[in-house]
Design a binder for this molecule. Structure first.
Ligand SMILES: [Zn+2]
Length: 412
């Protein structure tokens, strides 16, 4: 049984058929549809010479034992957002399965190193707002106390939803055991952005996941009557915020891959007859280089002070969340580049804006790399998410090449 990329695509369609409705994929973690996807997957691997178990955080491990206990990990996630696409996360797992089958056949069930395919639990965090849940338990970066009391839209506690799937949140630290003998981690993913399509490239090498700074910025001015307050007597909090909304674009454009987004603007009192007395905005800044991220953060703060003064307002910042950039392993980046080049004739290195399980694995100190395949129109987390079958096939071939190269690298 040699590598059969067409079978991977057929299986992705099978999974779509089984776990989607007219609005898209419904494999939200800890739901019955997700369990159904996992059952389907368990049946797929049954005939292989593998060991199969779920760890303490619900991560799904398929192990093909090799001559050496040193392991090559290949990962993805079967869970989706509600009304999601057919490829996000699932492509990684199904392509990984195809690679596992090829290796099992080629080495008659005994490869030189151990191969482990992992389907991470709850990558998306769609139900409880906590992304990378299973991989963070694996990495030991979990936040059990903060997470257990999270509730979904219906008031169901995370702790209880997990228990229904035989996962005890208190046992999460036991998932760290799975790190044993892990020598490298590789992950294929759809890009979920427009860069590769714009460049006309099927595949890309992922340099790492960008760090994120996320803040709420509040401008305080003076609520005033819109009829009686002259223009030069106003302390308009929205005016200051609006200037910042434009300035963050200039701040981001100084750096090649940096992005800054003002995603939310709230005005108070927010009525048509009043000058805005208070304006709350959110800022999300991302870059792969920690010093660039720090610089952009500083510049945005300075700009907000400047605009506050110009509009006779005050400004305050409060951090919502942040994470440091996670650059991937330099030698694995080279191997990934070779695999991409051999498959598509050309290669491009790019950072990932979205976070991925690979970031958690890398934070655990395991050499890690990711590969992207082009997304049509750059759209994901939506039922129209798609990639051409030609590119999907290439991605399976390239992941397979990367797996072979990484197995060699592990043995060196
Ligand atoms: Zn994903």
């Amino acid at each position: 049984m040699s590598l059969d990329p067409k079978r991977a695509i057929a299986e992705l369609k099978e999974l779509r058929e089984l776990t989607s409705d007219e609005n898209g994929a419904q494999r939200v973690a800890w739901t019955d549809t997700w369990l159904k996807a996992r059952e389907w997957f368990a049946a797929k691997v049954k005939s292989l010479p593998i060991e199969h178990h779920y760890d303490a955080a619900g991560n799904n491990w398929i192990t093909l034992p090799g001559a050496s206990e040193k392991s090559l990990l290949i990962g993805g996630h079967l869970d989706s957002v509600p009304n999601g696409g057919w490829l996000d996360g699932a492509l990684n797992v199904i392509a990984g399965l195809e690679v596992l089958r090829r290796i099992a056949t080629e080495f008659a069930g005994n490869p030189p190193v151990t191969i482990r395919l992992v389907d991470w639990a709850d990558e998306e965090g769609a139900r409880f707002g906590r992304s990378l849940l299973g991989s963070s338990a694996f990495a030991g970066t979990h936040s059990i106390e903060a997470d257990r009391i999270r509730t979904d839209r219906d008031g169901v506690k995370m702790e209880d939803a997990l228990r229904r799937c035989d996962v005890e949140i208190d046992k999460f630290p036991n998932a760290e055991k799975e790190q044993k003998n892990a020598a490298a981690y590789i992950e294929l993913h759809i890009e979920q952005g427009p860069v590769l399509e714009r460049m006309g490239l099927p595949l890309g090498v992922v340099l790492g996941t960008k760090g994120v700074e996320r803040h709420i910025i509040t401008f305080h001015g003076q609520e005033a009557h819109s009829g009686s307050t002259p223009m030069n007597a106003r302390r308009d909090a929205l005016a200051a915020a609006a200037k910042l909304a434009l300035e963050i674009r200039t701040i981001a454009k100084k750096h090649a891959d940096a992005v800054c987004t003002m995603g939310s603007v709230k005005t108070f009192p927010g009525i048509v007859t009043a000058v805005v007395g208070r304006c709350e905005v959110t800022l999300d800044q991302r870059d792969l280089d920690a010093s660039v991220l720090a610089q952009m953060y500083l510049e945005a703060q300075q700009a907000s002070q400047r605009f506050a003064v110009e509009e006779n307002c005050m400004v305050e910042w409060s951090r919502l969340w942040n994470i440091e950039p996670v650059p991937f392993h330099s030698q694995l980046l080279d191997l990934c580049e070779q695999a991409v080049r051999e498959t598509s004739g050309t290669s491009h290195r790019m950072p990932s804006g979205p976070l991925h399980d690979a970031a958690e694995v890398s934070r655990a100190g395991i050499p890690t790399v990711m590969m992207f395949v082009q997304s049509l129109k750059g759209i994901s987390h939506n039922k129209i998410e798609d990639t051409t079958e030609e590119h999907l096939e290439m991605s399976v071939v390239a992941l397979d090449r990367l797996a072979s190269k990484t197995m060699d690298w592990i043995q060196k």
